[in-house]
Ligand binder design. Structure first.
Ligand SMILES: Cc1cc2nc3c(=O)[nH]c(=O)nc-3n(C[C@H](O)[C@H](O)[C@H](O)COP(=O)(O)O)c2cc1C
Length: 183
């Protein structure tokens, strides 16, 4: 059975990001786990450098369950609003805990995530600016988790005037993302 990890960077319970997550989860095969960056008990990395020498992380919190899920899962989706053209700060807090994988590769010469995964990035923004910066950051985060086969960016902008849930083009694009992740 396929497993998908979804990192949700939005603080809004019924916001635009959640409306896109709802579409993808209805169309994904298998099971999924959603990490809500604003409501999870995951602290940011404090660069203590424990992982320069040891596996895992010195901070024991909600992240250990995510590390386990990362080992098992087939897909990872990053879904977020853009704040100042970037992924939200809280999402980056969670992502900072993936530094242990970087250290495994670069300092301990280990392969921390042997199973490769597919990835996708869903972004929303109130304005009409471009989302390249946030997409680049998301791809960098995905690379840490051995997610190199990433679908092209799917985004809904101008949410200030139209909710992402009403963006027909994005709805159809998300169906193709689901197909990409299911196959
Ligand atoms: C602090 C903050 C910064 C934002 N920066 C941007 C931005 O740089 N570009 C943009 O298009 N929208 C920006 N927005 C608008 C949100 O991305 C937009 O309202 C989005 O649809 C909210 O998604 P959500 O409902 O999933 O939380 C910002 C909103 C906030 C609160």
């Amino acid at each position: 059975m396929k497993k998908t990890l979804i990192l949700n960077g939005s603080p809004r319970v019924k916001g635009d990001t959640v409306s896109l997550i709802d579409i993808i989860t209805k169309n994904l095969d298998g099971e999924y786990k959603i990490v809500n960056a604003y409501r999870c008990s995951i602290a940011p990395c404090i660069d203590c450098r424990y992982c320069y020498e040891k596996e895992g992380c010195a901070i024991v919190d909600g992240m250990q369950e995510i590390y386990d899920y990362i080992q098992d899962c087939d897909n990872v989706i990053i879904a977020s609003p853009i704040y100042f053209s970037e992924l939200t700060g809280k999402l980056l807090d969670v992502a900072s805990r993936l530094q242990t994988y970087f250290c495994a590769r670069h300092f301990r010469n280990e392969n921390p995530v042997p199973k490769s995964k597919k990835g996708a990035v869903l972004l929303v923004g109130g304005g009409d600016g471009n989302m390249d910066k946030a997409y680049d950051t998301a791809c960098c985060v995905l690379k840490h988790i051995n997610c190199n086969d990433v679908h092209k960016l799917i985004y809904s902008n101008r949410t200030n005037t139209r909710p992402a849930a009403e963006d027909r083009e994005v709805y159809n694009a998300i169906l193709s993302v689901a197909e990409f992740l299911n196959n």
